[in-house]
Ligand binder design. Structure first.
Ligand SMILES: [Zn+2]
Length: 156
């Protein structure tokens, strides 16, 4: 005889599972983060047949799946492709000041990089297409994280 679900009792049990994890950036990511931390450089990888320069560096081409071994340094300057302001945090709580995020095309890359837009508190302070510069933390403060980049500063 098959029991109906209501005869099975509670469907959930409260509890905790203590887990810790360590994520790796992968082969391409390691190249990017090492160069960012040690030299303050933005390293991409190129796929010549596809005419793509991936930033951050990747280990394979997303279009043809070829292994990417050619590293390219990308300039810190570029143009704003899109942007948004967030007025709430991850939990939906209202922020005292909005957080501005910019999607940027850095010179030399064919992909876009998303990061903070520094010093932007209102939508009228930026325009799509404006020039930006990547601000990288001083060497003593870099830890090999995407946050070694402070963000993008509007320069025009
Ligand atoms: Zn390719």
């Amino acid at each position: 005889m098959i029991q109906s679900p209501k005869n099975l009792g509670p469907r959930t049990w409260p509890g905790e599972i203590p887990l810790t994890s360590l994520y790796t950036a992968g082969t391409g990511g390691q190249i990017f983060f090492h160069a960012l931390k040690a030299q303050g450089k933005l390293i991409a990888t190129r796929c010549r047949p596809c005419e793509q320069v991936y930033l951050p560096a990747r280990s394979f081409c997303e279009r043809c799946f070829a292994e990417l071994t050619e590293q390219v340094e990308v300039k810190r300057t570029g143009r704003l492709v899109s942007y948004t302001l967030s007025y709430v945090d991850h939990d939906g709580a209202r922020l005292r000041r909005p957080i501005a995020l910019g999607l940027v095309h850095l010179e030399g890359a064919t992909t876009l990089l998303l990061h903070y837009l520094l010093g932007v508190n209102h939508l009228t302070e930026v325009k799509i297409g404006c020039r930006v510069e990547t601000v990288i933390k001083p060497k003593a403060k870099r830890i090999g994280s995407i946050l070694d980049i402070e963000g993008f500063r509007v320069v025009s």
